[in-house]
Design a protein. Structure first.
Length: 385
């Protein structure tokens, strides 16, 4: 694999936490990599260049969004997938509800990991953002704080965390010197990290890869650190589920940093301590913020009832059908939406076989239609118990 995939490879291989939480938040979003490989997805699809070339790259071309969005993309892609699998003699993936959830979490999380930093870009940022006025790298400069020791940290989250913990002091000194504290966007923290690592004079081969983060633990920290008070309990800060959708870890770190000045002022007014982070705590909090920003999909059981007829589901699942198909109310049982989505996907080949025999194709399903069908069928299944 190319060198510029080192950070991402380390993230993907570093599965430090096993299992899933009982909540909707995953403890280890990268655990779904096992499903991605086991079911053969990697044979056709790449992740940022690593993997098959037949299908689109999940790191560059496809953003699956939430579970309904993922099922919609897979379902509408099913016919082409079956043709390719028949030609390559590849077995079609079959999922349990747990598998589908883990796969969805993994694919959604890929974009969170961001892009590898660029050292030359980081050097330009170090100058243009004014970092050079207070810090040095490579050679010690009297009166400046050396950043060479940061070389051992491969993850840009470590740089963001160190800056965050010193933000009050930095804002105070910046005001005293008439220096405007910089703001960051896109993958600029990653670029700065790459520059620090390349320019540092530290003689050490040690490399510390911050693990991707535990969203469940991140939610706990979000409350313990007092963030929940302003961003959920009181209408002080922006609601977190509206501002972090489709952002990488370095972008979210930048948003948090840009927010540090106003937050420090608010904490002072509220007489609350400014939160600080240690170890991998910022990674946990950022991963929580990322999953809280998962795109929401509209839908209703009423729409699902109409779609059940319009999409042709009722023609095969009506009472007395000669296909041996279960009738509405006899599906499942579905413990959650992931059980339903897995069952729908696993049902696609048989459904397509019957439709092709009639000269028809699988109906297109949009994300809101998938959710509406689930709400309708789940309600009917519950009623039939």
């Amino acid at each position: 694999m190319a060198k510029n995939f080192t950070l991402r490879t380390a993230f993907i291989l570093l599965l430090l936490v096993s299992g899933l939480a009982a909540q909707q938040l995953p403890e280890n979003p990268l655990a779904g990599r096992e499903v991605f490989e086991k079911e053969g997805c990697l044979n056709c699809h790449a992740v940022n260049g690593a993997g098959g070339k037949i299908g689109p790259d999940f790191g560059k071309q496809v953003f699956p969004g939430n579970a309904y969005d993922l099922l919609s993309k897979m379902w509408n892609h099913s016919r082409n997938m079956l043709l390719v699998m028949a030609r390559t003699k590849t077995e079609r993936p079959h999922f349990t509800g747990r598998d589908f959830r883990r796969l969805g979490d993994f694919l959604y999380f890929i974009r969170y990991l961001g892009q590898p930093g660029n050292a030359p870009t980081g050097r330009r940022l170090f100058v243009s953002k004014g970092c050079i006025r207070c810090h040095s790298i490579g050679k010690p400069v009297r009166g400046k704080i050396a950043l060479d020791s940061m070389k051992i940290y491969v993850s840009p989250v470590r740089l963001a965390q160190a800056m965050w913990n010193h933000s009050i002091l930095m804002h105070r000194r910046g005001a005293a010197k008439g220096v405007r504290i910089p703001t960051f966007s896109d993958d600029q923290f990653a670029d700065l990290t790459a520059y620090i690592r390349s320019a540092s004079s530290l003689k050490s081969d040690e490399e510390i890869y911050s693990y991707p983060g535990n969203p469940v633990r991140g939610e706990q920290l979000f409350k313990e650190k007092g963030c929940y008070y302003c961003h959920a309990e009181k209408p002080i800060g922006p609601k977190i589920d509206r501002i972090y959708t489709d952002q990488s870890v370095t972008e979210i770190a930048g948003i948090m940093w840009n927010h540090s000045g106003k937050m420090a002022e608010a904490m002072k007014t509220l007489k609350r301590p400014f939160p600080s982070f240690s170890g991998d705590q910022m990674a946990d909090v950022i991963s929580y913020l990322y999953f809280e920003g998962t795109p929401k999909t509209a839908g209703s059981a009423e729409l699902g009832a109409r779609l059940f007829k319009e999409k042709g589901c009722e023609s095969c699942h009506q009472a007395g059908n000669h296909f041996g198909a279960p009738t509405i109310g006899k599906f499942g049982p579905f413990h959650d939406k992931y059980d339903f989505l897995a069952a729908l996907w696993n049902h696609a080949p048989r459904m397509e076989e019957l439709l092709v025999a009639r000269g028809k194709q699988l109906p297109i399903l949009l994300p809101n239609e998938v959710k509406s069908l689930y709400l309708f069928i789940d309600a009917k299944t519950e009623a039939g118990k």
